[in-house]
Design a protein around this ligand. Structure first.
Ligand SMILES: [Zn+2]
Length: 138
């Protein structure tokens, strides 16, 4: 079994990582895949309607989601600026780029907000799958 067992475990782990990422990017529960976690665009239910998972694991938990949102916004912003710069060289529309950049960095985080939370939950669960965080093992 040896080698094939290891490869099996790696496949399962890669599959789990992909599943968690998929659930995060599609606003699904990281534990059971349930949808409809938001009552409104900005309002996440406190618990999963499918498996009762409590989403906010601890005080300050959503700081991670804020980090996800900031990183995504900054990466996209830089990508958009570089693309616009390259495509319009040698005469880039600097004023429009500034105005567009300001609008983008205001609008995108609002659009991405619900995704940032489920992506953060999936990311967090990939490294800490325990259902009872903060509890030390006896
Ligand atoms: Zn669930």
């Amino acid at each position: 079994m040896g080698a094939s067992g290891i490869s099996n475990a790696e496949t399962i782990s890669a599959r789990r990582t992909f599943l968690l990422a998929w659930r995060g990017w599609t606003k699904a529960c990281p534990r059971c895949g349930q949808r409809g976690l938001y009552v409104r665009w900005f309002t996440l239910r406190p618990n999963c309607p499918g498996c009762e998972l409590r989403f906010e694991r601890e005080e300050g938990y959503w700081t991670g989601a804020m980090g996800v949102n900031i990183i995504a916004t900054e990466l996209l912003f830089v990508a958009l600026m570089i693309t616009t710069f390259v495509l319009t060289w040698p005469d880039p529309p600097v004023r429009e780029m500034i105005a567009g950049g300001v609008l983008f960095t205001i609008a995108f985080p609002m659009f991405f907000y619900p995704f940032s939370k489920t992506i953060w939950m999936a990311f967090d669960r990939a490294f800490n799958p325990s259902d009872q965080p903060g509890r030390t093992e006896q």
